[in-house]
Ligand binder design. Sequence first.
Ligand SMILES: NC(=O)c1ccc[n+]([C@@H]2O[C@H](COP(=O)([O-])OP(=O)(O)OC[C@H]3O[C@@H](n4cnc5c(N)ncnc54)[C@H](OP(=O)(O)O)[C@@H]3O)[C@@H](O)[C@H]2O)c1
Length: 302
Amino acid sequence: MFSVALLGASGLLGRAIADALADRAEWRVVRTAHRRVGDTSVQLDIRDAAAVHAFIGHTEPDAIVIAAAERRPDVCERDPALARALNVDAVRSVAAAARRRGAWVLSISTDYVFDGTHPPYHCDDPPAPLNAYGRSKLEGERALLETTELGCVLRLPLLFGPIVDWQESAVTSLVPAIAASALPDAKAAVMDAWATRYPTFTPDVAFVIRQMLEHHARGDAICGIAQWSGAEPMTKLDIASRLAEALQLDARLTPQHTPVDATPRPRDCHLDSSRLEALGIGRRTPFNEAIRQVLGAFPWRP
Ligand SMILES: NC(=O)c1ccc[n+]([C@@H]2O[C@H](COP(=O)([O-])OP(=O)(O)OC[C@H]3O[C@@H](n4cnc5c(N)ncnc54)[C@H](OP(=O)(O)O)[C@@H]3O)[C@@H](O)[C@H]2O)c1
């Protein structure tokens, strides 16, 4: 039986991956969580190298997917030691345990490894991260690829998908401000119109990861660096307009044409997805359809 260990199954992306693998009856999927441990997951702190080695020794996976990380740029900026522990050192210890077992490791990375000045970015373009999050994820990529030859980095852009909290994704986190701006006499909500993002639906990413796992299960593991991205360029102002339309809110939105974030962020990191596309891998749900699914399952209640 093909066995998969999914680390970080309780997160935004991890839950979508768990859903996408659930109907593979002939696959055994062991899910881990850190604080949000449920009936279907086991507790694992991936910063604990001995616990990671014991877990992988005990579960004997053929493939390991690392969806656990510290992904909030502001937290990484404030606490680079935490960012390093999770995004670099933990990836290295998972990779070392995987190598000992002969397991393939897929580790999720980000478009923030690039500086956003020369899109689109191909897998082998030189990275130049602008912030602590991007630097830690780039170091994590290198830690994985230095430690095992049976490793793959999958870079992704801004994610959105089924949520349990509005703040879980930088797409849905705009909803409270959009809704507040629609109240009588409310001020307009200021939305970034400087940076271009490619919001990517987590169930589509999960489908891509399932296809990558199928490749490995067939004995044709994809190694090195791969990238996947949605195809619709949008500023946060565009995303907010689409959200307002889907929520049927008469929102007042005003553009911010220069960056104001305390943490520096890249302007446009469009990721080229052609390596996976050439293998027949991929799925892209149109943004409007995807966001209606998300909002339908988690309705806005003022
Ligand atoms: N979100 C985005 O827009 C985005 C964009 C590009 C790339 N990515 C990358 O995609 C991956 C998944 O991100 P996400 O948005 O799904 O993140 P998330 O929702 O914040 O989930 C993080 C996951 O990491 C787990 N975790 C945290 N600390 C841990 C620890 N010490 N030991 C073990 N597990 C721990 C969490 O478990 P508990 O919740 O149970 O504590 C949770 O399952 C990350 O590599 C991220 O860098 C995300």
